[in-house]
Design a protein around this ligand. Structure first.
Ligand SMILES: NC(=O)C1=CN([C@@H]2O[C@H](COP(=O)(O)OP(=O)(O)OC[C@H]3O[C@@H](n4cnc5c(N)ncnc54)[C@H](O)[C@@H]3O)[C@@H](O)[C@H]2O)C=CC1
Ligand SMILES: O=C(CO)COP(=O)(O)O
Length: 321
């Protein structure tokens, strides 16, 4: 099994695969990280305190993972195309685990991967999954979506572990839209928490945010039951409830009055919602889907004052639910 991207999530997924007895090649871009993982059998930079299985070996060479039985793609979303372009083409399944929409093209990750690797079956693994919990062996369930159901079911069996339970789906678009949109909504929920606007406001935001995710998802061809499942509502609830979410914690800082740009400049780990928000806003506008919470997050990321943005959201014309 190959894992491409050695941040928190790639490393946790490598640990799941190794728990299943797979030999895992974990690709990282940074040679110092490759060396550190192999020396210490730990990814102290991104997943500290987890002793990695001896079945995991890090590599900086994409030819070492190219012929793996399948590759889990776990780079930041905006970096995925460039990394896949260098990965030699062997037609092996690509299981996409990053959550986002490509800037510029507005393409979903599966559309990018299929364009770069046209002979590979492309799948999406998504759901409520804090990496540190998965790496510690805590129970977790995910959606594994594949257009070709036979390939999807075969891979589901290959990645399932006693504590890691994948549910098969054939709704690839639904699985990835849930994961991309929830990151933007998690920032908004964090703002509510940081600005101390109360639990009622947080619940309202989750419910209205889910309505927004559903409007956009249905317009793009997703199925409603996928959006209401692990990869949509499940992940939305997780990341709107905990400062363990990087997107939520970014929102908390903005809600306290800090500048988004300064908060982002001080982070080493990725907060995908900050990249997805403007792309999602533009993609929704292009197909006439109303996404007021996403629009509000974009204003906050651009530096508008929390009070003004929340005030404008609440002042929208009253309408039917
Ligand atoms: N951490 C989590 O709990 C989960 C993360 N995800 C998703 O997985 C993806 C990766 O997230 P994490 O592993 O958490 O990120 P991270 O911030 O922990 O690590 C990102 C990794 O990507 C590398 N990287 C940065 N820019 C790169 C580039 N241009 N090319 C290649 N590699 C690059 C970094 O060096 C680092 O190794 C994101 O899309 C995230 O939304 C999904 C589920 C859970
Ligand atoms: O996607 C995640 C959990 O499912 C991780 O969320 P954050 O990127 O907000 O930490």
């Amino acid at each position: 099994m190959g894992v491409i991207g050695a941040g928190a999530w790639g490393t946790a997924l490598a640990q799941v695969a190794a728990a299943n007895g797979h030999h895992v090649r974990l690709w990282a871009r940074d040679p110092a990280l490759v060396a550190a993982i192999n020396e210490r059998q730990e990814n102290a930079a991104y997943l500290p305190g987890i002793a990695l299985s001896p079945l995991i070996r890090a590599t900086g060479d994409l030819t070492h993972v190219a012929t793996a039985e399948a590759n889990l793609i776990v780079t930041p979303a905006q970096a995925m195309r460039a990394v896949l372009a260098v990965l030699p083409q062997h037609g092996q399944p690509l299981i996409l685990c990053c959550k986002g929409i490509e800037a510029g093209s507005h393409l979903l990750m599966s559309e990018v991967a299929q364009a770069v690797h046209p002979t590979s079956p492309v799948m999406v693994l998504s759901g409520p999954t804090f990496a540190a919990e998965v790496a510690r062996g805590l129970p977790t369930a995910v959606t594994l979506a594949a257009a070709d159901e036979a390939t999807g079911r075969a891979l589901t069996a290959r990645i399932a572990a006693p504590h890691f339970r994948p549910y098969a789906s054939n709704d690839v678009i639904g699985a990835e839209i849930g994961g991309a949109v929830k990151n933007v909504l998690a920032i908004a929920c964090g703002v509510i928490a940081g600005a101390e606007l109360g639990e009622n406001a947080r619940a309202a935001l989750i419910a209205r945010g889910f309505a927004e995710m559903t409007r956009f998802g249905l317009a793009k061809g997703a199925r409603a039951e996928t959006l209401a499942g692990l990869s949509g509502l499940g992940d939305l609830v997780l990341t709107c409830s905990s400062t363990a979410s990087r997107n939520f914690s970014l929102g908390v800082g903005i809600g306290r009055g800090e500048q988004a740009a300064a908060l982002l400049a001080n982070r080493r780990t990725v907060a995908e919602g900050a990249h997805t928000a403007p792309v999602l806003r533009d993609a929704a506008r292009a197909i006439d889907v109303e996404m007021p919470i996403t629009e509000a997050v974009c204003r906050l990321l651009a530096g508008d004052a929390v009070r003004d943005v929340i005030g404008a959201l609440l002042a929208r014309p009253l309408r039917g639910e």
